[in-house]
Design a protein around this ligand. Structure first.
Ligand code: ATP
Ligand code: MG
Length: 582
């Protein structure tokens, strides 16, 4: 295929778009790949659409290779199936809802577990029909709170979602492993640097779950990995190793102290160390009680929740959100404190929480027998040597404290280090939750029904365009890996003479005839403008047909390395074909 830039629907921009923070966003807009229509809603222009289609092709090839069958479901969906699973409510403000002319409720699908389960229920009935893997490459809609970086986090975006249906847990594990292997091949083909981390299954509810995170300094996901093993996990999924319980017998009794002007952990620690308790107190010896409120999906009432954690750690809101999911969570405001006068701001202790039936969950480090300095529920007062299991009994533990580099890995292999990434894929074993909701069974060999177990697997197809760009660019522009580049070769006609123009046209036509996709810069613009655009657009091989033609050569430039080679024009087609195919 030969595409002429003189007629291509493309306008490159010299300046960065004002709203773009990430290089991928800046470059995709400047190079004319995408255009913004509304926040998180983008149009694909010709070059962008080609890259998107190439990524879709790679995704389809790998899904087909594991026996996935492509189908296509509607994006406009009735409410009822999502009510059956309670996700109509659980999704809260994150889904686009609409009404038809008769007043019926609809949504734009954010993901399709419900409809896939119903589709399979409608078609399959015997154990012989299983296992099955179905997938689609489809537009999804989510009213994201913070759309970001152009197509990276859109409100309309393209996802490959697949679903496995198995008769047994072993079958589900096998389907999961096949997806895992397919994703590895797929992301390797796209030339991405990524890690596979264990993950919470979020809104889905389920057991085994892993995320594929593309390495990116400015990614939104923080993950940690162990320096001593291959343990890696999304921060939300990190399980805090609990220290062993401590003998309660013989510990000093709890004592309330007057600690004037100590509403912060820091002021408290300074005060106690100045008071000479016969030992040094650190922030980690204090028990900080953070009060939040949670609300169940669909409920109007908020419920108070006390979160107790060592005073040297902050609450990580993302971990807290994941821990209380599907409930939502918010910090208390002044009105909440005013309504609950037993909460003495800055001096909250487990005592007042228990006395007022407030749920109290503690960090796993707060083990039985551990002694703490904490609030005495009285202004300017703290209690010392308050022992867990003797003086207070939490209602359970919660993973809400920040995870810090240097913390021990849950597998005991060594300290954790932190890094950031962008989620590109997610695989998880849903189990029977959706099959239970819809009564999805197969008739077994013995005539008895077998409840189907499901897996669900997503790839952010449109997001991948941005992720590849994020990992592969330089200050001049995009640098596409061959597999997804909008063309194989970018031929630049650099000169006004008839010979040069004719030479460029002929080379482009010959390359096209040889089966390569060619972008031909046949515009009247100056060579400087054309070179800059070629760098910006990022086709991996740039061929300059210019003055050298008089000596029978063209210049072949590798966009990634910047390396230039002169190639005889007669052998150029063979040379470039070889380069592209290798
Ligand atoms: P994130 O944590 O980034 O919001 P998610 O957990 O909501 O992702 P899934 O529901 O598992 O994502 O969706 C599968 C894949 O779809 C993700 O791995 C991601 O690559 C992609 N994806 C999710 N939300 C968006 C979005 N708003 N825009 C573009 N791609 C998205
Ligand atoms: Mg999301």
């Amino acid at each position: 295929m030969l595409t002429r830039m003189s007629s291509l629907f493309l306008r490159t921009l010299r300046d960065d778009p004002a709203d773009a923070e990430l290089p991928s966003h800046r470059l995709l807009v400047r190079a004319g790949y995408v255009r913004r229509v509304a926040p998180g809603i983008y149009s694909w222009l010709p070059l962008g659409l080609r890259v998107l289609r190439n990524i879709e092709r790679v995704v389809r090839e790998e899904m087909d290779a594991i026996g996935g069958q492509e189908i296509h479901l509607p994006a406009l969906l009735p409410k009822e199936p999502y009510e059956t699973t309670n996700r109509w409510t659980e999704y809260g403000p994150n889904i686009f809802r609409l009404k038809d002319r008769k007043g019926g409720d609809y949504l734009l699908g954010p993901t399709h577990e419900e409809i896939f389960a119903l589709t399979v229920k409608g078609e399959l009935s015997s154990y012989r029909d299983y296992p099955v893997i179905l997938y689609q490459v489809q537009t999804k809609y989510r009213d994201e709170e913070r759309p970001r970086a152009g197509i990276l986090r859109g409100r309309e975006f393209i996802m490959k979602d697949s679903y496995s249906f198995d008769l047994s847990d072993e079958g589900l594990s096998a389907s999961y492993e096949r997806h895992r292997a397919a994703y590895i091949t797929l992301f390797d083909r796209l030339g991405l640097k990524y890690v596979i981390v264990s993950a919470m299954s979020g809104a889905m509810g389920g057991s085994a779950s892993e995320e594929f995170l593309a390495e990116a300094e400015q990614g939104e996901d923080t993950y940690v990995r162990s320096t001593g093993s291959d343990y890696a996990a999304n921060v939300e999924a990190v399980v805090t190793p609990a220290p062993p319980a401590i003998e309660i017998e013989g510990q000093a009794p709890a004592a309330v102290h007057h600690t004037p002007d100590t509403p912060t952990i820091e002021s408290l620690v300074d005060f106690l160390n100045a008071a000479d308790l016969g030992r040094t107190v650190t922030a980690a010896d204090t028990l900080k009680n953070v009060l939040v409120k949670t609300r169940a999906p669909g409920a109007t009432e908020w419920r108070l929740l006390g979160v107790g954690l060592p005073g040297d750690r902050e609450v990580d809101m993302k971990r807290l959100e994941a821990a209380v999911h599907p409930d939502e969570v918010a910090l208390l405001d002044d009105a909440d404190f005013a309504a609950n006068t037993f909460l003495t701001k800055g001096y909250i202790g487990p005592g007042a929480l228990a006395a007022n039936d407030v749920r109290y969950l503690v960090d796993p480090r707060v083990v039985s027998g551990s002694a703490w300095v904490t609030g005495a529920d009285k202004h300017d007062h703290h209690v010392i040597d308050l022992v867990c299991g003797r003086d207070f009994t939490p209602d359970g533990t919660i993973e809400a404290a920040e995870v810090r580099p240097g913390d021990p890995a849950p597998d005991g292999s060594g300290p954790l280090v932190a890094a950031r990434g962008i989620e590109i894929g997610h695989i998880f074993q849903l189990g029977r939750k959706f099959a239970d909701a819809f009564g999805l069974d197969a008739l077994g060999q013995d005539g008895k029904p077998i409840r189907i177990t499901m897996g669900s697997y997503g790839v952010g197809v449109s997001r991948l365009v941005a992720v590849v760009a994020e990992q592969s660019h330089d200050e001049h522009g995009l640098i596409w890996p061959r597999e997804v580049a909008p063309a194989d070769v970018h031929v630049v006609i650099a000169g006004k003479s008839e010979e040069i123009r004719a030479g460029g046209e002929k080379l482009a036509a010959d390359l096209d005839a040889a089966g390569l996709t060619v972008l031909l810069d046949d515009r009247t613009a100056s060579p400087g403008v054309k070179f800059a655009d070629a760098e910006l657009i990022g086709v991996p091989t740039i061929v300059v047909v210019g003055r050298g033609l008089a000596n029978g050569v063209v210049e072949v430039k590798d966009r990634r390395s910047g390396e230039r080679t002169e190639v005889p024009v007669d052998g150029a087609v063979a040379h470039l074909t070889e380069l592209v195919r290798s």
